[in-house]
Ligand binder design. Structure first.
Ligand code: MSP
Length: 508
Protein backbone atom coordinates (compact mmCIF):
# COMPACT_ATOMS: atom_id res chain seq x y z
CA UNK A 1 0.00 0.00 0.00
CA UNK A 2 1.36 3.41 -0.86
CA UNK A 3 1.96 5.81 1.97
CA UNK A 4 0.34 9.22 1.60
CA UNK A 5 1.00 12.45 3.44
CA UNK A 6 -0.99 15.67 3.24
CA UNK A 7 0.56 18.83 4.69
CA UNK A 8 -0.57 22.45 4.50
CA UNK A 9 0.58 25.97 5.32
CA UNK A 10 -1.91 28.62 6.38
CA UNK A 11 -3.24 30.45 3.34
CA UNK A 12 -1.90 33.98 3.59
CA UNK A 13 -3.84 37.24 3.44
CA UNK A 14 -2.69 39.11 0.36
CA UNK A 15 -3.16 42.41 2.16
CA UNK A 16 0.53 43.28 1.86
CA UNK A 17 3.61 41.60 0.52
CA UNK A 18 4.97 38.53 2.33
CA UNK A 19 7.32 38.83 5.31
CA UNK A 20 9.59 36.59 7.35
CA UNK A 21 6.71 35.16 9.43
CA UNK A 22 5.00 33.88 6.30
CA UNK A 23 8.28 32.54 4.97
CA UNK A 24 8.78 30.70 8.26
CA UNK A 25 5.47 28.78 8.14
CA UNK A 26 6.14 27.83 4.52
CA UNK A 27 9.74 26.72 5.07
CA UNK A 28 8.70 24.57 8.04
CA UNK A 29 5.98 22.89 5.99
CA UNK A 30 8.36 22.34 3.09
CA UNK A 31 10.86 20.73 5.44
CA UNK A 32 8.29 18.12 6.52
CA UNK A 33 7.04 17.64 2.96
CA UNK A 34 10.53 16.97 1.63
CA UNK A 35 11.40 14.62 4.47
CA UNK A 36 8.27 12.55 3.86
CA UNK A 37 9.05 12.47 0.14
CA UNK A 38 12.51 10.98 0.66
CA UNK A 39 10.95 8.55 3.13
CA UNK A 40 8.84 7.10 0.33
CA UNK A 41 5.55 8.93 0.85
CA UNK A 42 3.36 10.41 -1.84
CA UNK A 43 3.16 13.95 -0.59
CA UNK A 44 0.46 16.52 -1.20
CA UNK A 45 1.65 19.93 -0.05
CA UNK A 46 -0.75 22.85 -0.19
CA UNK A 47 -0.26 26.58 0.22
CA UNK A 48 -2.07 29.63 -1.15
CA UNK A 49 -3.84 32.92 -0.41
CA UNK A 50 -6.92 33.83 1.62
CA UNK A 51 -8.55 36.60 -0.37
CA UNK A 52 -12.01 37.44 0.95
CA UNK A 53 -13.30 39.51 3.86
CA UNK A 54 -13.32 43.04 5.13
CA UNK A 55 -9.59 43.14 5.80
CA UNK A 56 -8.81 42.62 2.12
CA UNK A 57 -11.69 44.78 0.92
CA UNK A 58 -10.42 47.71 3.01
CA UNK A 59 -6.80 47.16 1.96
CA UNK A 60 -7.93 47.31 -1.69
CA UNK A 61 -10.02 50.45 -1.08
CA UNK A 62 -7.00 52.16 0.45
CA UNK A 63 -5.14 51.61 -2.80
CA UNK A 64 -8.17 52.59 -4.88
CA UNK A 65 -8.33 49.16 -6.45
CA UNK A 66 -11.13 46.67 -6.83
CA UNK A 67 -10.53 43.74 -4.49
CA UNK A 68 -10.07 41.13 -7.20
CA UNK A 69 -7.33 42.94 -9.12
CA UNK A 70 -5.74 43.95 -5.81
CA UNK A 71 -5.64 40.25 -4.82
CA UNK A 72 -4.39 39.17 -8.25
CA UNK A 73 -1.39 41.42 -7.81
CA UNK A 74 -0.44 40.49 -4.25
CA UNK A 75 -1.32 36.83 -4.51
CA UNK A 76 1.26 36.71 -7.32
CA UNK A 77 3.96 37.88 -4.90
CA UNK A 78 3.06 34.99 -2.57
CA UNK A 79 3.12 32.57 -5.47
CA UNK A 80 6.52 33.92 -6.51
CA UNK A 81 7.72 33.48 -2.97
CA UNK A 82 6.99 29.75 -3.18
CA UNK A 83 9.59 29.65 -5.99
CA UNK A 84 12.07 31.87 -4.15
CA UNK A 85 11.79 29.68 -1.06
CA UNK A 86 12.13 26.57 -3.26
CA UNK A 87 8.92 25.10 -1.87
CA UNK A 88 7.90 21.70 -3.18
CA UNK A 89 4.19 22.53 -3.01
CA UNK A 90 1.82 20.50 -5.14
CA UNK A 91 -0.85 23.18 -5.40
CA UNK A 92 -1.30 26.90 -4.79
CA UNK A 93 -4.89 27.72 -4.01
CA UNK A 94 -6.65 31.09 -4.14
CA UNK A 95 -9.97 31.40 -2.36
CA UNK A 96 -11.29 33.51 -5.24
CA UNK A 97 -11.13 30.51 -7.55
CA UNK A 98 -14.33 28.77 -8.66
CA UNK A 99 -13.22 25.37 -7.43
CA UNK A 100 -13.00 26.81 -3.92
CA UNK A 101 -16.29 28.68 -4.09
CA UNK A 102 -18.04 25.47 -5.08
CA UNK A 103 -16.48 23.62 -2.18
CA UNK A 104 -17.43 26.29 0.41
CA UNK A 105 -21.01 26.52 -0.80
CA UNK A 106 -21.33 22.77 -0.69
CA UNK A 107 -20.04 22.60 2.87
CA UNK A 108 -22.47 25.37 3.82
CA UNK A 109 -25.38 23.45 2.29
CA UNK A 110 -24.47 20.35 4.27
CA UNK A 111 -24.22 22.30 7.51
CA UNK A 112 -27.61 23.83 6.77
CA UNK A 113 -29.08 20.44 5.90
CA UNK A 114 -27.70 19.05 9.16
CA UNK A 115 -29.49 21.87 11.01
CA UNK A 116 -26.25 23.39 12.19
CA UNK A 117 -26.96 26.89 10.90
CA UNK A 118 -29.69 29.36 11.85
CA UNK A 119 -30.44 33.02 11.20
CA UNK A 120 -30.25 35.55 14.04
CA UNK A 121 -28.56 38.82 14.88
CA UNK A 122 -24.96 39.44 15.92
CA UNK A 123 -24.07 42.26 18.22
CA UNK A 124 -20.56 42.27 19.57
CA UNK A 125 -16.92 43.09 18.90
CA UNK A 126 -15.13 42.33 15.67
CA UNK A 127 -11.48 42.73 14.74
CA UNK A 128 -10.98 43.27 11.03
CA UNK A 129 -7.27 42.71 11.35
CA UNK A 130 -7.81 39.24 12.91
CA UNK A 131 -11.15 38.68 11.12
CA UNK A 132 -12.38 37.47 14.50
CA UNK A 133 -15.36 37.96 16.80
CA UNK A 134 -14.53 38.67 20.44
CA UNK A 135 -16.55 38.44 23.66
CA UNK A 136 -16.73 41.36 26.05
CA UNK A 137 -14.24 39.67 28.39
CA UNK A 138 -11.75 39.25 25.55
CA UNK A 139 -11.37 42.97 24.84
CA UNK A 140 -9.93 45.85 26.81
CA UNK A 141 -9.56 49.59 26.55
CA UNK A 142 -6.16 50.83 25.40
CA UNK A 143 -5.52 54.52 24.82
CA UNK A 144 -8.68 55.69 23.07
CA UNK A 145 -9.65 52.37 21.49
CA UNK A 146 -10.95 48.94 22.36
CA UNK A 147 -8.53 46.17 21.48
CA UNK A 148 -8.41 42.40 21.61
CA UNK A 149 -6.54 41.24 24.73
CA UNK A 150 -4.93 38.37 22.84
CA UNK A 151 -3.77 40.05 19.63
CA UNK A 152 -3.82 43.73 20.58
CA UNK A 153 -5.67 44.60 17.39
CA UNK A 154 -8.44 47.20 17.35
CA UNK A 155 -12.01 45.88 17.58
CA UNK A 156 -15.16 47.57 16.32
CA UNK A 157 -18.76 47.16 17.41
CA UNK A 158 -20.87 45.20 14.94
CA UNK A 159 -24.63 44.78 14.91
CA UNK A 160 -26.17 42.99 11.98
CA UNK A 161 -28.32 40.09 10.88
CA UNK A 162 -26.15 37.00 10.66
CA UNK A 163 -26.24 33.26 10.22
CA UNK A 164 -24.92 31.35 13.23
CA UNK A 165 -23.22 27.98 13.46
CA UNK A 166 -24.28 25.93 16.51
CA UNK A 167 -20.79 25.78 17.95
CA UNK A 168 -22.18 25.44 21.49
CA UNK A 169 -23.45 21.94 20.59
CA UNK A 170 -19.90 20.85 19.82
CA UNK A 171 -18.32 21.60 23.17
CA UNK A 172 -18.62 18.02 24.46
CA UNK A 173 -17.86 16.23 21.19
CA UNK A 174 -14.76 18.41 20.76
CA UNK A 175 -13.49 17.60 24.24
CA UNK A 176 -14.05 13.92 23.51
CA UNK A 177 -12.26 14.31 20.20
CA UNK A 178 -9.22 15.97 21.87
CA UNK A 179 -9.22 13.21 24.44
CA UNK A 180 -9.26 10.44 21.86
CA UNK A 181 -6.70 12.17 19.67
CA UNK A 182 -4.10 13.24 22.17
CA UNK A 183 -1.76 14.65 19.55
CA UNK A 184 -4.35 16.50 17.52
CA UNK A 185 -3.03 19.81 18.84
CA UNK A 186 0.70 20.28 19.32
CA UNK A 187 2.76 21.48 21.09
CA UNK A 188 1.22 20.32 24.34
CA UNK A 189 1.09 23.78 25.90
CA UNK A 190 -1.19 24.94 23.11
CA UNK A 191 -3.34 21.85 23.42
CA UNK A 192 -3.90 22.72 27.07
CA UNK A 193 -4.78 26.32 26.14
CA UNK A 194 -7.39 25.12 23.66
CA UNK A 195 -8.90 22.57 26.02
CA UNK A 196 -9.33 25.08 28.81
CA UNK A 197 -10.86 27.56 26.38
CA UNK A 198 -13.41 24.97 25.22
CA UNK A 199 -14.11 23.90 28.79
CA UNK A 200 -14.86 27.55 29.54
CA UNK A 201 -17.90 27.20 27.25
CA UNK A 202 -18.48 27.79 23.56
CA UNK A 203 -21.01 30.23 22.17
CA UNK A 204 -22.60 29.88 18.76
CA UNK A 205 -20.46 31.43 16.07
CA UNK A 206 -21.50 34.05 13.57
CA UNK A 207 -20.68 32.61 10.14
CA UNK A 208 -21.94 35.25 7.73
CA UNK A 209 -21.64 38.99 7.20
CA UNK A 210 -24.18 41.24 5.59
CA UNK A 211 -22.69 44.74 5.59
CA UNK A 212 -20.13 44.18 2.86
CA UNK A 213 -20.00 42.02 -0.24
CA UNK A 214 -16.40 40.83 -0.78
CA UNK A 215 -16.84 37.14 -0.13
CA UNK A 216 -18.59 33.95 -1.21
CA UNK A 217 -22.36 34.29 -1.26
CA UNK A 218 -24.38 32.21 1.17
CA UNK A 219 -26.19 29.85 -1.24
CA UNK A 220 -29.62 30.23 0.36
CA UNK A 221 -29.40 33.99 0.92
CA UNK A 222 -27.34 36.10 -1.47
CA UNK A 223 -27.43 39.15 0.79
CA UNK A 224 -24.94 37.43 3.10
CA UNK A 225 -21.33 36.45 2.46
CA UNK A 226 -19.77 33.46 4.22
CA UNK A 227 -17.58 34.41 7.22
CA UNK A 228 -14.03 34.54 5.94
CA UNK A 229 -12.71 31.86 8.33
CA UNK A 230 -15.31 29.27 7.29
CA UNK A 231 -14.41 30.20 3.71
CA UNK A 232 -10.64 30.05 4.31
CA UNK A 233 -10.46 26.81 6.29
CA UNK A 234 -12.35 25.01 3.54
CA UNK A 235 -9.35 25.56 1.23
CA UNK A 236 -7.83 22.41 2.70
CA UNK A 237 -10.73 20.46 1.19
CA UNK A 238 -11.16 22.41 -2.06
CA UNK A 239 -7.67 21.60 -3.24
CA UNK A 240 -8.56 17.88 -3.03
CA UNK A 241 -11.60 18.52 -5.26
CA UNK A 242 -14.13 18.31 -2.43
CA UNK A 243 -17.17 17.87 -2.69
CA UNK A 244 -16.22 15.06 -5.06
CA UNK A 245 -15.35 12.61 -2.30
CA UNK A 246 -14.78 9.78 -4.75
CA UNK A 247 -11.88 11.32 -6.60
CA UNK A 248 -8.41 9.93 -5.93
CA UNK A 249 -7.00 13.08 -4.37
CA UNK A 250 -9.69 13.22 -1.73
CA UNK A 251 -9.62 9.48 -1.16
CA UNK A 252 -5.84 9.37 -0.82
CA UNK A 253 -5.15 12.52 1.14
CA UNK A 254 -8.08 13.44 3.36
CA UNK A 255 -7.94 13.73 6.38
CA UNK A 256 -4.90 16.00 6.26
CA UNK A 257 -1.92 14.74 8.24
CA UNK A 258 -0.56 18.08 9.35
CA UNK A 259 -1.73 21.67 9.31
CA UNK A 260 1.25 23.93 10.06
CA UNK A 261 -0.01 27.22 11.47
CA UNK A 262 1.13 30.08 13.68
CA UNK A 263 -0.13 30.21 17.26
CA UNK A 264 -2.22 33.29 16.39
CA UNK A 265 -4.68 31.18 14.42
CA UNK A 266 -4.91 28.19 16.70
CA UNK A 267 -8.49 28.76 17.81
CA UNK A 268 -9.73 28.70 14.23
CA UNK A 269 -7.90 25.49 13.37
CA UNK A 270 -8.24 23.60 16.62
CA UNK A 271 -11.81 24.53 17.56
CA UNK A 272 -13.85 25.89 14.66
CA UNK A 273 -12.36 23.68 11.96
CA UNK A 274 -12.93 20.28 13.61
CA UNK A 275 -16.38 21.48 14.76
CA UNK A 276 -17.41 22.44 11.21
CA UNK A 277 -16.13 19.13 9.91
CA UNK A 278 -17.73 16.97 12.59
CA UNK A 279 -20.99 18.83 12.00
CA UNK A 280 -20.73 18.02 8.30
CA UNK A 281 -19.81 14.36 8.96
CA UNK A 282 -16.32 14.84 7.60
CA UNK A 283 -13.33 13.42 9.42
CA UNK A 284 -11.18 16.16 11.03
CA UNK A 285 -7.46 16.50 10.23
CA UNK A 286 -4.98 14.41 12.17
CA UNK A 287 -2.83 17.19 13.56
CA UNK A 288 -2.59 20.94 13.93
CA UNK A 289 0.81 22.28 14.95
CA UNK A 290 0.85 25.87 16.21
CA UNK A 291 4.35 27.29 15.96
CA UNK A 292 5.60 30.47 17.63
CA UNK A 293 6.27 33.86 16.15
CA UNK A 294 9.36 35.21 14.52
CA UNK A 295 10.08 38.26 16.57
CA UNK A 296 11.83 41.44 15.72
CA UNK A 297 13.28 42.46 19.07
CA UNK A 298 10.49 41.45 21.45
CA UNK A 299 7.60 42.07 19.11
CA UNK A 300 5.79 39.94 16.55
CA UNK A 301 6.90 40.86 13.09
CA UNK A 302 3.92 42.35 11.32
CA UNK A 303 3.01 44.94 8.80
CA UNK A 304 1.00 47.04 11.22
CA UNK A 305 4.03 47.29 13.52
CA UNK A 306 6.34 48.25 10.65
CA UNK A 307 9.14 45.97 11.90
CA UNK A 308 9.34 43.60 9.01
CA UNK A 309 12.47 41.79 7.90
CA UNK A 310 12.05 41.14 4.20
CA UNK A 311 12.84 37.51 3.34
CA UNK A 312 13.74 38.51 -0.21
CA UNK A 313 16.39 40.95 0.95
CA UNK A 314 17.88 38.40 3.31
CA UNK A 315 17.92 35.77 0.57
CA UNK A 316 19.58 38.22 -1.82
CA UNK A 317 22.36 38.87 0.62
CA UNK A 318 22.89 35.45 2.24
CA UNK A 319 21.19 32.95 -0.07
CA UNK A 320 18.13 30.82 0.54
CA UNK A 321 19.64 27.73 2.15
CA UNK A 322 21.33 29.59 5.02
CA UNK A 323 18.01 31.26 5.82
CA UNK A 324 16.16 27.92 5.79
CA UNK A 325 18.86 26.37 7.95
CA UNK A 326 18.76 29.24 10.42
CA UNK A 327 14.98 29.22 10.83
CA UNK A 328 14.84 25.46 11.29
CA UNK A 329 17.79 25.13 13.60
CA UNK A 330 17.94 28.31 15.62
CA UNK A 331 14.24 28.83 16.30
CA UNK A 332 12.99 26.50 18.98
CA UNK A 333 10.03 25.00 17.14
CA UNK A 334 6.78 25.73 18.93
CA UNK A 335 8.23 28.79 20.68
CA UNK A 336 8.89 32.32 19.57
CA UNK A 337 12.23 32.94 17.91
CA UNK A 338 14.40 35.76 16.76
CA UNK A 339 16.27 36.54 13.60
CA UNK A 340 18.83 39.23 12.99
CA UNK A 341 21.57 39.56 10.42
CA UNK A 342 24.19 39.14 13.11
CA UNK A 343 22.72 35.87 14.35
CA UNK A 344 22.34 34.61 10.81
CA UNK A 345 25.98 35.44 10.03
CA UNK A 346 27.19 33.63 13.14
CA UNK A 347 25.17 30.59 12.18
CA UNK A 348 26.51 30.60 8.62
CA UNK A 349 30.09 30.78 9.86
CA UNK A 350 29.90 28.23 12.62
CA UNK A 351 27.52 25.64 11.22
CA UNK A 352 27.59 25.96 7.47
CA UNK A 353 31.06 27.18 6.54
CA UNK A 354 33.06 25.63 9.42
CA UNK A 355 31.13 22.44 9.97
CA UNK A 356 29.13 21.09 7.00
CA UNK A 357 30.97 23.01 4.26
CA UNK A 358 34.34 22.26 5.77
CA UNK A 359 33.68 18.53 5.99
CA UNK A 360 32.61 18.34 2.35
CA UNK A 361 35.42 20.50 1.02
CA UNK A 362 38.29 18.95 2.92
CA UNK A 363 37.26 15.35 2.24
CA UNK A 364 36.60 15.96 -1.43
CA UNK A 365 39.80 17.88 -2.03
CA UNK A 366 41.72 15.16 -0.21
CA UNK A 367 40.02 12.57 -2.43
CA UNK A 368 40.90 14.61 -5.51
CA UNK A 369 44.57 14.68 -4.61
CA UNK A 370 44.93 11.17 -3.22
CA UNK A 371 42.28 9.04 -4.89
CA UNK A 372 42.24 10.69 -8.34
CA UNK A 373 38.65 11.87 -7.76
CA UNK A 374 37.19 8.41 -7.76
CA UNK A 375 35.40 6.46 -5.06
CA UNK A 376 38.20 4.47 -3.46
CA UNK A 377 38.42 0.86 -2.33
CA UNK A 378 37.60 0.12 1.31
CA UNK A 379 37.95 -2.44 4.06
CA UNK A 380 36.26 -1.14 7.17
CA UNK A 381 37.78 -1.47 10.63
CA UNK A 382 35.88 -1.04 13.89
CA UNK A 383 36.36 2.76 14.04
CA UNK A 384 34.74 3.12 10.63
CA UNK A 385 31.84 0.84 11.44
CA UNK A 386 31.13 2.58 14.73
CA UNK A 387 30.83 6.02 13.21
CA UNK A 388 28.83 4.80 10.22
CA UNK A 389 26.47 3.03 12.58
CA UNK A 390 25.77 6.29 14.40
CA UNK A 391 23.75 7.46 11.39
CA UNK A 392 21.66 4.38 10.85
CA UNK A 393 18.79 4.44 13.27
CA UNK A 394 16.05 5.47 10.89
CA UNK A 395 13.26 4.77 13.37
CA UNK A 396 14.69 7.24 15.82
CA UNK A 397 15.13 9.91 13.16
CA UNK A 398 11.62 9.29 11.85
CA UNK A 399 10.21 9.71 15.31
CA UNK A 400 11.74 13.22 15.49
CA UNK A 401 9.82 14.07 12.35
CA UNK A 402 6.59 12.40 13.39
CA UNK A 403 6.64 14.33 16.68
CA UNK A 404 7.53 17.53 14.82
CA UNK A 405 10.68 17.73 16.88
CA UNK A 406 12.68 19.76 14.40
CA UNK A 407 15.27 20.82 16.97
CA UNK A 408 16.18 17.26 17.94
CA UNK A 409 16.46 16.41 14.27
CA UNK A 410 18.80 19.36 13.74
CA UNK A 411 20.94 18.66 16.77
CA UNK A 412 21.28 15.04 15.66
CA UNK A 413 22.71 16.35 12.39
CA UNK A 414 25.03 18.89 14.00
CA UNK A 415 26.31 16.22 16.35
CA UNK A 416 27.09 13.87 13.51
CA UNK A 417 28.81 16.64 11.57
CA UNK A 418 31.13 17.32 14.49
CA UNK A 419 31.74 13.60 14.95
CA UNK A 420 32.53 13.17 11.25
CA UNK A 421 34.98 16.07 11.18
CA UNK A 422 36.58 14.63 14.29
CA UNK A 423 36.77 11.17 12.72
CA UNK A 424 38.64 12.58 9.71
CA UNK A 425 41.03 14.51 11.98
CA UNK A 426 41.69 11.62 14.32
CA UNK A 427 42.25 9.10 11.55
CA UNK A 428 44.86 11.38 9.95
CA UNK A 429 44.64 9.96 6.43
CA UNK A 430 47.44 12.35 5.34
CA UNK A 431 49.82 10.27 7.47
CA UNK A 432 48.76 7.02 5.80
CA UNK A 433 50.42 7.49 2.43
CA UNK A 434 52.27 4.19 2.99
CA UNK A 435 49.11 2.27 3.75
CA UNK A 436 47.02 3.02 0.70
CA UNK A 437 44.16 0.73 1.65
CA UNK A 438 43.75 2.42 5.03
CA UNK A 439 43.95 5.87 3.46
CA UNK A 440 41.33 4.85 0.90
CA UNK A 441 39.07 3.37 3.53
CA UNK A 442 39.15 6.54 5.62
CA UNK A 443 38.20 8.57 2.56
CA UNK A 444 35.47 6.08 1.66
CA UNK A 445 34.06 6.18 5.19
CA UNK A 446 34.16 9.97 5.26
CA UNK A 447 32.37 10.15 1.93
CA UNK A 448 29.69 7.73 3.10
CA UNK A 449 29.26 9.92 6.20
CA UNK A 450 28.86 12.98 3.99
CA UNK A 451 26.32 11.12 1.87
CA UNK A 452 24.23 10.18 4.88
CA UNK A 453 24.35 13.58 6.57
CA UNK A 454 23.63 15.35 3.30
CA UNK A 455 20.51 13.23 2.84
CA UNK A 456 19.35 14.30 6.30
CA UNK A 457 20.07 17.91 5.41
CA UNK A 458 18.18 17.72 2.12
CA UNK A 459 14.79 18.75 3.59
CA UNK A 460 16.54 21.68 5.26
CA UNK A 461 18.69 22.92 2.37
CA UNK A 462 17.52 21.34 -0.88
CA UNK A 463 19.76 23.37 -3.21
CA UNK A 464 23.14 22.92 -1.56
CA UNK A 465 22.59 19.29 -0.64
CA UNK A 466 21.67 18.34 -4.18
CA UNK A 467 25.00 19.86 -5.29
CA UNK A 468 26.85 17.68 -2.79
CA UNK A 469 24.99 14.52 -3.76
CA UNK A 470 25.55 15.30 -7.45
CA UNK A 471 29.28 15.11 -6.71
CA UNK A 472 28.61 11.41 -5.97
CA UNK A 473 26.30 11.03 -8.99
CA UNK A 474 23.16 10.90 -6.87
CA UNK A 475 20.31 12.91 -8.40
CA UNK A 476 17.56 14.64 -6.48
CA UNK A 477 14.96 12.01 -7.37
CA UNK A 478 17.26 9.23 -6.15
CA UNK A 479 17.55 10.63 -2.63
CA UNK A 480 16.33 7.89 -0.34
CA UNK A 481 16.10 8.13 3.42
CA UNK A 482 16.16 4.33 3.74
CA UNK A 483 19.66 4.27 2.28
CA UNK A 484 20.90 5.62 5.62
CA UNK A 485 20.80 2.04 6.81
CA UNK A 486 23.48 1.11 4.28
CA UNK A 487 27.18 1.89 4.59
CA UNK A 488 28.39 0.91 1.15
CA UNK A 489 26.17 2.74 -1.30
CA UNK A 490 28.96 4.43 -3.24
CA UNK A 491 30.64 2.23 -5.79
CA UNK A 492 34.36 1.85 -6.12
CA UNK A 493 35.91 3.57 -9.15
CA UNK A 494 32.89 5.83 -9.75
CA UNK A 495 33.92 9.35 -10.49
CA UNK A 496 33.63 12.06 -7.84
CA UNK A 497 32.55 15.30 -9.50
CA UNK A 498 33.93 18.69 -8.57
CA UNK A 499 32.13 20.52 -5.80
CA UNK A 500 32.35 24.31 -5.61
CA UNK A 501 32.58 26.06 -2.26
CA UNK A 502 29.14 25.70 -0.67
CA UNK A 503 29.12 28.45 1.97
CA UNK A 504 31.53 31.34 2.13
CA UNK A 505 32.64 32.43 5.55
CA UNK A 506 31.47 35.96 6.32
CA UNK A 507 34.25 38.31 7.48
CA UNK A 508 33.15 40.26 10.51
N1 MSP B 1 -5.43 34.03 6.27
C1 MSP B 1 -5.22 33.59 7.60
C2 MSP B 1 -4.95 32.10 7.66
C3 MSP B 1 -6.03 31.24 7.08
S1 MSP B 1 -5.61 29.56 7.12
C4 MSP B 1 -6.99 28.77 6.68
C5 MSP B 1 -4.03 34.34 8.20
N2 MSP B 1 -3.18 34.87 7.33
S2 MSP B 1 -1.87 35.72 7.71
O1 MSP B 1 -1.27 36.09 6.46
O2 MSP B 1 -2.20 36.78 8.59
O3 MSP B 1 -0.92 34.82 8.54
C6 MSP B 1 -0.76 33.48 8.25
C7 MSP B 1 0.34 32.85 9.03
O4 MSP B 1 1.59 33.48 8.79
C8 MSP B 1 0.25 32.84 10.56
O5 MSP B 1 -0.59 31.95 11.13
C9 MSP B 1 1.62 32.36 10.85
O6 MSP B 1 1.69 30.99 10.56
C10 MSP B 1 2.44 33.16 9.85
N3 MSP B 1 2.92 34.38 10.47
C11 MSP B 1 2.53 35.67 10.26
N4 MSP B 1 3.30 36.48 11.04
C12 MSP B 1 4.16 35.73 11.76
C13 MSP B 1 5.30 35.98 12.53
N5 MSP B 1 5.71 37.18 12.86
N6 MSP B 1 6.02 34.90 12.93
C14 MSP B 1 5.75 33.63 12.52
N7 MSP B 1 4.72 33.37 11.79
C15 MSP B 1 3.76 34.35 11.58
O7 MSP B 1 -3.92 34.40 9.39
Amino acid sequence: MSKNFYITTPIYYPSAKPHMGHAYSSIVADFFARFKKIDGYKVYFLTGTDEHGLKIQRAAEKKNKDPKSFCDEISKTFENLTKTLNLSNTDFIRTTEDRHKKSVQNLWNILEKNKQIYLSKYSGWYSVSDEAFYNEDEVEKKNQSKVSKSSGSIVEWVEEESFFFKLSEWEKPLLEFYDKNKNFILPESRRNEVISFVKGGLKDLSVSRKTFSWGIKVPSDGKHVVYVWLDALTNYLSSLKYPDENNDLYKNFWPADLHIIGKDILRFHAIYWPAFLLAANIEPPKRVYGHGWILSGDEKMSKSKGNILDPLEIINIYGLDPLRYYLLKEVSFGNDGNISEEKLENCINSDLANNFGNLCQRVLSFAEKNCSSTIPKHEFNNDDLVILKSIKDIDKIRSFIDNQDINQYMSFIVDRLFASNKYFNDQEPWKKKDDKLRLNTIVYTAIELIRKITILLYPVMPQSTVKVLNAFNINENQIDFLSLQLDEVLIEKDKINKLDILFKKIDK
